[in-house]
Design a protein around this ligand. Structure first.
Ligand SMILES: O=C(CO)[C@H](O)[C@H](O)COP(=O)(O)O
Length: 262
């Protein structure tokens, strides 16, 4: 059985209270969450456009609604060069935070979401621009399939990314590993595909990424955030604490929408 994307996924087909068909792929779930989030977009809004395989569905949907005349005068603020290119190819008018310092709404995926709507982002490498745009947003809708839900950040066993300057990046990597020794941290410089000897992966801002792999809960997240940001050489980390306002999760059992404030 192939993907259900082509025939099932329309906003009107989504009934959040009932189970979804069992043949849906992970990408179908991402698309459903993305379409639901785009219902929050209204004409005239400045909208932060996220990065990744989930957010790309939201960007496509916004362009579709603009083409159909169901949305007008939307301005997108892309969070990466990849999303910028997608939005340009779809004809979405774009701007930036210099011209639009207040963003009405942002929509983006996440790598992990904890029960308090704290996030890990940046496994796609766009954490800095995402945090700038989403942090400047009145509303930030996070869209995920159910595989992204964790009990605590770092709990998926996958990376908590930290963007660092290239200068002496191994020094910074070592300092980061030391900071979270008690949580069983291994810090690795992210490389481009092609094995451990491949060159470092470079972000849109010309920086590198150190991925933190944690064996245990790092405890107080605000304290962890401050410790990381105090390290010279660190530009930003991928923990988004208290920034998300709304979470949309698509899972086999249905779709849920949760607001942090209500
Ligand atoms: O933070 C991100 C990119 O920096 C992405 O939002 C995150 O990696 C989720 O990606 P996907 O929707 O492809 O699972």
């Amino acid at each position: 059985m192939g993907s259900a994307s082509n025939h099932l996924v329309t906003p009107s087909a989504v009934d959040s209270s009932s189970p979804l068909p069992s043949n849906l792929t992970q990408d179908d779930l991402k698309k459903l969450a993305a379409y639901k989030a785009v219902e929050y977009v209204k004409s005239g809004m400045v909208v932060g456009l996220g990065t990744g395989s989930t957010a790309k569905h939201a960007v496509s949907r916004i362009s579709e609604l603009l083409r159909e005349g169901k949305l007008r005068d939307v301005i997108g603020i892309p969070t990466s060069t990849t999303t910028h290119a997608q939005a340009v190819s779809l004809g979405i008018p774009l701007s930036d935070l210099d011209s639009h310092p207040v963003v009405d709404l942002s929509i983006d995926g996440a790598d992990e979401v904890d029960p308090s709507l704290n996030l890990v982002k940046g496994r796609g490498g766009s954490l800095l621009r995402e945090k700038m745009v989403e942090g400047a947003s009145k509303k930030f809708v996070v869209i995920v399939d159910e595989s992204k839900l964790v009990k605590h950040l770092g709990g998926s066993g996958l990376a908590v990314p930290v963007e660092v300057v290239p200068f002496c990046c191994d020094f910074t990597r070592g300092k980061l590993e030391e900071l979270f020794k008690e949580a069983g941290c291994t810090a690795k410089l992210r490389v481009t595909s092609g094995g451990e000897t491949a060159p470092p992966a470079v972000t849109d801002n010309g920086n590198y990424v150190v991925d933190l792999y944690l064996e245990r809960d790092m405890g107080d997240l605000e304290a962890a955030s401050e410790k990381i940001l105090r390290l010279p050489g660190v530009v930003e980390h991928g923990m988004f604490l208290g920034i998300a306002t709304t979470l949309i999760v698509a899972g086999k059992a249905g779709m849920t929408v949760r607001d942090r404030f209500g």
